[in-house]
Design a protein around this ligand. Structure first.
Ligand SMILES: [Fe+2]
Length: 540
């Protein structure tokens, strides 16, 4: 194939070093997935790399019925450094129908650019629907581990079964990620990661494992924190086992941040816009995302960078996924006491701002997008992957109310609009999945949480954390005050596992024996089923 980028900045001329090339062009090319990038062999950089360049493993994600993103990041020098310098590096890739790569269906080469931390995002097109594939990367003589991924069934095509694991909140120093070792044995079709992939904190008291490092405040800090997490063997193996659909919460940037408003962890920063832009770039660099998410990340990163990560994808006629972003576009939390964003319990009677119909959690554009997506929803199951507890949780009984202002309870008008959209569009079998609270919550999605007699229009499973500690103790009494929830537990860490057929959904709450042990065992804490067409949760 002819070189489609004559004069592209990758000719090995010393006058054309990346430092002197157009940054936007470089990022565009590197982010383009490179499935279509073909340059003369001589133009590709093949530096000698000391050590294994694939220490962070491989991953795949953003699957559709005919395409998937393959990811890796070259990182040859342990956790806290890179020996790659500024030169772009050629990475070859192959995707095959079999683990031994005797039936390769596509191969190509991609650019790992220093401007994107030598990450690689290959968007492989033209795959067959509803089948598993194997992939690997090569640099020089080095080969990556083999990853396994899959496409989804074509929209409308019959699909007999879907298995989804959902997970969130993996604070490194709070424990081991052994939950992923067990998740891998459960063999999901896809992992839904619902936020707090990293935390920006320095080391914790009673840390289970070290080192975390200091406060995360710069692009390099974020990159190091992702590299730390991705050094975990169980996490790497789960990424290599199936595609992931990912969204974020606050800690990928800063605790409790809201839109463009700074959060409240650590000392104030000189420019929150710059911090957020650095965090978003590092997120893109480390996740198997399509380059289309880089809406405004390529232009002036410090001037309001945007990463458009909300998305929808169909799994045949059986299900649709809606991945939401409730951090990037939200209004500030209501009645926070100091000038920075922050979460607390509030009494709505003392907070007029709380009920302001203009306040938004998803932002107007994402709300419109979601309403349109619901209008074209699946006739099967509609799985909403979002960050946090969806249903109303009253912390106290009695006349003085107490609600958490950082989640949906802090944005009642926004929740009411989403519920109204589900009803208006007659969304079939809504299943809301969440994280954030480090507790398992299972409940019915109510048409109106202010009216206990209002109908259930869906079900909710809010998952516990992979490792992050929880506030324990009060959950049983909260359950009694909020009867739309049928189960809650704050003691155990783990993940959720959902199996769907056209007729039935079952969710198992999988919990590890002890998050402080690398070889923790697994058990099912509770199991629930839902019949299609009935928004009623039955304990198994
Ligand atoms: Fe968390």
């Amino acid at each position: 194939m002819d070189d489609p980028f004559p004069g592209a900045p990758f000719a090995p001329s010393s006058a054309n070093r990346p430092a002197s090339i157009d940054r936007r062009r470089l990022l565009q090319l590197a982010a383009a997935g490179a499935a279509t990038l073909w340059l003369p062999r001589s133009a590709w950089s093949q530096p000698r790399i000391a050590g294994d360049p694939f220490t962070l493993g491989v991953a795949s994600g953003s699957p559709t019925h005919d395409s998937v993103v393959l990811w890796t990041r070259l990182h040859p020098q342990g956790l806290f450094g890179s020996s790659l310098g500024l030169d772009p590096v050629t990475v070859r890739w192959e995707i095959a129908q079999d683990e031994k790569f005797s039936r390769i269906v596509q191969k190509g080469q991609s650019i790992a650019a220093a401007a994107l931390a030598h990450s690689v995002h290959v968007e492989v097109p033209g795959l067959e629907p509803d089948r598993w594939y194997y992939y690997r990367f090569m640099v020089g003589n080095a080969e990556s581990p083999v990853g396994r991924t899959r496409t989804f069934p074509a929209p409308g095509a019959e699909a007999s079964r879907l298995r989804v694991a959902y997970a969130s909140c993996q604070r490194w120093e709070h424990g081991y990620f052994s939950a992923y070792r067990h998740m891998r044995q459960d063999d999901p079709d896809v992992v839904l990661f619902l936020g707090d992939y990293i935390y920006e904190y320095p080391n914790a008291k009673n840390a289970v494992r070290v080192p975390t490092g200091g406060w995360v405040r710069t692009l390099d800090d974020y990159r190091r924190r992702y590299a730390l997490h991705k050094s975990d063997g169980d996490l790497q193996a789960m990424h290599a086992a199936c595609p992931w659909l990912v969204t974020w919460d606050d800690h990928e940037v800063q605790n409790d941040y809201a839109g463009q408003k700074e959060g409240n962890s650590g000392a104030p920063v000189a420019s929150f816009a710059a911090l957020r832009a650095a965090a978003y770039q590092a997120y893109y660099e480390h996740m198997p995302l399509r380059s289309a998410v880089l809406t405004r990340a390529l232009d002036g990163l410090a001037k309001g960078a945007e990463l458009r990560i909300h998305s929808t994808v169909r799994f045949g006629a059986l299900a649709s996924f809606y991945l939401l972003d409730d951090r990037q576009y939200r209004a500030p939390q209501a009645c926070t006491r100091d000038g920075r964003s922050g979460s607390s319990t509030i009494d709505p009677a003392q907070c007029a701002e709380w009920a302001d119909p203009e306040r938004t959690l998803l932002g107007p554009a994402q709300e419109r997008w979601l309403d349109d997506a619901f209008a074209h929803g699946s006739a099967g199951w509609n799985i909403v992957g979002q960050q946090t507890l969806f249903g109303q949780r009253e912390f106290r009984s009695g006349p003085v109310r107490s609600l958490w202002n950082d989640g949906w309870d802090g944005y009642p008008a926004a929740r009411a609009r989403m519920l109204a959209s589900m009803r208006k569009n007659m969304l079939a079998n809504p299943v809301v999945l969440g994280g954030d609270v480090h507790q398992n919550w299972v409940g019915h999605v109510k048409a109106d949480y202010a009216d206990p007699r209002s109908p259930s229009i869906g079900v909710e499973f809010c998952g516990t954390s992979i490792s992050s500690r929880a506030d324990e103790g009060q959950v049983p009494s909260q359950l009694a005050r909020n009867p739309h929830f049928v189960f809650a537990d704050s003691e155990r860490r783990g993940y959720g596992f959902v199996e769907l057929t056209a007729k039935r959904l079952t969710t198992s709450l999988r919990v590890v024996s002890d998050v402080t042990l690398r070889d923790a065992t697994i058990e099912t804490l509770a199991k629930f089923s839902v019949e299609a067409g009935r928004s009623a949760i039955v304990a198994e």
